[in-house]
Design a protein around this ligand. Sequence first.
Ligand code: OKV
Ligand code: MN
Length: 259
Amino acid sequence: HASAVLISDLHLTPSMPRTAERFFEFLEKEARSHEALIILGDLFEYWVGDDAKARSPFHLEVAQKIKALSQHGTKVYFMHGNRDFLLGEKYAQKAQMTILRDPQVITIANQTWLLTHGDALCTADSSYQLFRKIVRSNWVQKLFLMLPTGLRVTIASGLRSNSTAKYQRAQRFTPEVVHVKGDVTITATADLVAMTGCQRLIHGHTHRPGYHQESLGNESWQRWVLSDWDFDHPETVLPKGNALSITAEGIRSLDLVRS
Ligand code: OKV
Ligand code: MN
C-alpha cells in the first residue's frame, strides 16, 4: 500500500459510547485519506464468539461503519488482540475486514513494517503467557465455542473480574513489578526482529504510546507503540487515543484528542 493508518486497543463496548463515537468519526475522517486501515487488536473489550454478538445492535453498527469505509475505498485489516482473539471470519466478513496473522510483515510506502499486537512480547509476565498459551490453543478454542453462549459469557466475565482483582492486588503491593511485567521485553523483541529480519516494529497492547530506538547484541530496531483509546472518562482520566499514519512522507502519530 502507498499509505496506511494504524490503531489498536479501542476496547469498544456498548458501555463506552463516546469512544465508539470517536472511532466512527475516525472512520469517516482520518482513515479515509489512507489506502489502508490496520487495526492491531483489542478493537473490542471482550469477545466470546461471533454468534454471541450476532444479535447485538452495537456490534452490528461497528461492522457496518467499518464496511462503509472499505466501500469508500480504504482496505481494512484486522489483527487479533488478547481480548478479541476469538473474532472470526464471520464477523470479519460482515465488516469487510481481512484478518492478519500475528506477527505480520507488510510493505507500506515502499518500506517493510513488522506488525504485532504486542502481548506475545510481554514475556516477563509468565502467568499471562501461560493463560495465553491455553486459551489460544486451537482445541481449547474449539471446545469453548461449542459451549452455549450464556455459559461462555459467564466464564468470560468470571475470568475478567478475576484478572481485574489480581491486577489491583498486585498493583497495591508491588507496583514496580506490575509496571515491568506489563511491558514488552527487549529479549522477546530482539528475537522477533531477528526471526523476521524487519527492523521497524509497530505494536499496541501495553498502553504506553511512544517511539523507541533499541538494540540487543547484533540486532537493532525502531519501535512505535500505539495508544489505547478512552473518550468516556473525562473526569478521571484525560481523553486519549492516537493513530500512526504512514505515507511517502514517513510515519507520524495523529493525536485524536486534539484533532
Ligand atoms: C480475554 C482476558 C478475558 C487477558 C476461555 C477458552 C476457557 C477462550 C476463552 C474467555 C474470556 C475470551 C475467550 C477475555 C482476555 C480475559 C481476562 C484476562 C489478560 C477459555 C477459550 F478458559 F474457558 F478455557 N475466553 N474471553 N484476559 O472475556 O474476551 O488477556 S474475554
Ligand atoms: Mn491488548
